[in-house]
Write a protein that binds this ligand. Structure first.
Ligand SMILES: NC(=O)c1ccc[n+]([C@@H]2O[C@H](COP(=O)([O-])OP(=O)(O)OC[C@H]3O[C@@H](n4cnc5c(N)ncnc54)[C@H](O)[C@@H]3O)[C@@H](O)[C@H]2O)c1
Length: 333
């Protein structure tokens, strides 16, 4: 069980991945505090012992929160997440994701908190076509403002680790998906762009069809391949990362992929939704979208070795089953 100084501040804990992680932290015996401005989060998805409503830009409030609750470690989820939107309006992404993280780091320094786990993304790799799996040793090469914002934060963390002796882990998630198996929380983005929720909306008759962008990729069935990781596996990955920082000093900065190491094509995912739901899903084949790599699959060796973590609930069937059950029980008909 965690020791006495083991209260975790979950910044962005009212969101999709943050809400699942708060549940996993509590299951593991950590005390938890959520800090969130509810720009995209939900009050009924807050499972922490305490909730502070505030914005990343508010250094004084962050500092006061870190001190008041004697925070030992921070997990930082808060960000704008839509890569496509970031191409149209990049500045709010840099402001929230980059400047917001600088505010958080200033507050951590002021409060003497040195451990941070940061939500990074496979988007920092950009387009690495030709590689079967992506390893953390590859150079960062993002191609969207969203990806750049995450790569910049990784660089800032590296710098702060050197300058101030912080300990930082950037967890690079592949495709977060699925929902809590007990149905307590799930994926509820107002602007939904993720594949599995979109297919589920088509199966539930909320949208007429689902679009496949590109059917001529050099993959087994011509559609893009992605590594789908169950959000509850991501959650246990964060618990393992916090433990790792608490148990080891001088960890410096480390980036680690969180994925399964296995890829599925868009058509395979659509077929799994058809099987799990027993519903029809109409498909419209469209042109490729610029910047979509054919294949994004994680090399998962680092997280396995250092965090002793691997995905346990991420079969495609389990992911779709939990996402479907959550949508049927909680999302509009
Ligand atoms: N969902 C994915 O597939 C995926 C993949 C890779 C990385 N990520 C990263 O994981 C993190 C969480 O993603 P998510 O899907 O849970 O997103 P989400 O939108 O559901 O959650 C983000 C949370 O942060 C809060 N927030 C945003 N800006 C804030 C601010 N300025 N001050 C305080 N709170 C703020 C929101 O209200 C929300 O509760 C993000 O950093 C995202 O970039 C997500």
């Amino acid at each position: 069980m965690p020791g006495k100084h083991s209260t975790v501040l979950v910044v962005g804990g009212a969101g999709y991945i943050g809400s699942h992680t708060t549940l996993a932290l509590k299951d593991a015996g950590f005390a938890t505090v959520i800090y969130d401005n509810f720009s995209t989060g939900h009050r009924d998805a807050c499972f922490a012992d305490h909730l502070v409503e505030g914005d990343l830009a508010d250094v004084a409030k962050l500092t006061e929160t870190l001190e008041r609750f004697e925070i030992s470690s921070v997990i930082h989820f808060a960000a704008m997440i839509e890569a496509g939107q970031s191409m149209v309006t990049p500045l709010p992404f840099f402001e929230n994701n980059v400047s917001g993280t600088v505010s958080l780091l200033k507050a951590m320094l002021a409060a003497g908190v040195s451990r941070i786990v940061f939500s990074s993304t496979a988007a920092v790799y950009g387009n690495q076509d030709g590689r079967l799996t992506l390893s953390e040793t590859l150079p960062r090469a993002p191609i969207t403002p969203y990806g750049h914002s995450k790569a910049m934060v990784e660089r800032i963390l590296e710098t702060c680790v050197q300058a101030y002796g912080l300990q930082a882990i950037a967890l690079r998630y592949f495709n977060a998906s699925g929902a809590d198996a007990a149905g307590r929380t799930g994926e509820r983005h107002d602007l939904e762009t993720h594949l599995i929720p979109l297919i589920i909306e088509a199966a539930r008759g909320i949208r007429p069809n689902v679009k496949i962008y590109g059917t001529d990729y050099d993959t087994s069935d011509g559609t893009c391949i992605r590594d789908y990781i169950h959000v509850s596996d991501l959650a246990t990955g964060h618990v393992a990362a916090v433990r790792y920082l608490l148990d080891n000093s001088n960890t410096g900065f480390q980036a680690m992929n969180l994925g399964t190491g296995t890829g599925y094509s868009v058509r395979q995912v659509i077929n799994t939704v058809r099987e799990v739901s027993g519903r029809a899903v109409d498909v419209v084949e469209a042109d490729r979208r610029p910047g979509d790599p054919a294949r994004l699959v994680a090399d998962v060796a680092a997280a396995r070795t250092d965090l002793h973590w691997s995905a346990a609930q991420s079969s495609l069937d389990e992911i779709v089953r939990t996402a479907w059950a959550y949508a049927e029980a909680n999302l509009p008909h």
